[in-house]
Design a protein around this ligand. Structure first.
Ligand SMILES: Nc1nc2c(ncn2[C@@H]2O[C@H](COP(=O)(O)OP(=O)(O)OP(=O)(O)O)[C@@H](O)[C@H]2O)c(=O)[nH]1
Length: 207
């Protein structure tokens, strides 16, 4: 049984100020619209309908909070980079996101989801820079890994790992597929570390 299958919808917030008490442990999920964030959250929590998945980019506008228990929360941040969002809204959101990364004490890790075929676009890079400046560990998750053949997938992963060194921070890179579960154990293991949860893989086998 995974720790994450207990996740329950807690609240939707129109902005960072409405996220509730800054207590316990939070891990936030961010990514460009259509990067596969909702699908990844559904896969990680084993709940098909937990986060909405849509074919219309940019539909997720609210911040959705899912609780694992009384102390731990997954934060689903709105997708960014959607061309039709007005410039003022973009600037407002970027400022709020920067503040959240810098000020939220309960935030212990940031997952940045990027399509494996187009990783580290400008806004992804900016976000990771902010996280690194705030000494926040980052998991750069290369989504839709099933779209590439094994050789291409490995090449993209290698390239992304090289690129991640430029951030000079705690940035791990993994490939992931919501479709077939590729990379799920690695993601869970990192989340477990951030949440202070026991990691199955490191629990010694009973004699
Ligand atoms: N092949 C494949 N398709 C995926 C995967 N993950 C997501 N998709 C598809 O990509 C599209 C976008 O996925 P979502 O999970 O809705 O993406 P999102 O990042 O939550 O999008 P926004 O709601 O716009 O922020 C959907 O058509 C998904 O079915 C994956 O691992 N493999």
């Amino acid at each position: 049984m995974s720790h994450y299958s207990h996740a329950k919808f807690l609240l939707s917030a129109p902005d960072i100020r409405h996220l509730g008490d800054d207590q316990g442990i939070e891990v936030a999920f961010a990514g460009r619209s259509n990067a596969g964030k909702s699908s990844a959250l559904n896969r990680i929590t084993r709940q098909k309908g937990l986060a909405r998945t849509s074919k219309t980019p940019g539909r997720t506008q609210l911040i959705n909070v899912f609780s694992l228990d009384t102390e731990r929360r997954l934060i689903d941040l709105p997708g960014y980079g959607f061309a039709q969002v007005p410039v003022e809204m973009k600037i407002k959101w970027q400022k709020a996101l920067g503040e959240y990364l810098q000020q939220r004490k309960s935030l212990k890790g940031l997952v940045v989801l990027m399509d494996i075929r187009h990783p580290f676009k400008d806004l992804d890079q900016e976000l990771i820079h902010w996280a690194v400046q705030s000494k926040l560990p980052v998991l750069a998750l290369l989504t839709k890994a099933d779209k590439l053949k094994s050789g291409q997938r490995k090449a993209q992963l290698l390239m992304a790992r090289e690129a991640s060194l430029a951030f000079c921070g705690d940035v791990q890179v993994h490939a992931f597929s919501s479709l077939n579960g590729f990379g799920l154990p690695e993601v869970e293991s990192i989340l477990n570390q951030w949440f202070g949860l026991p990691d199955k893989q490191t629990v010694p086998t009973p004699a």
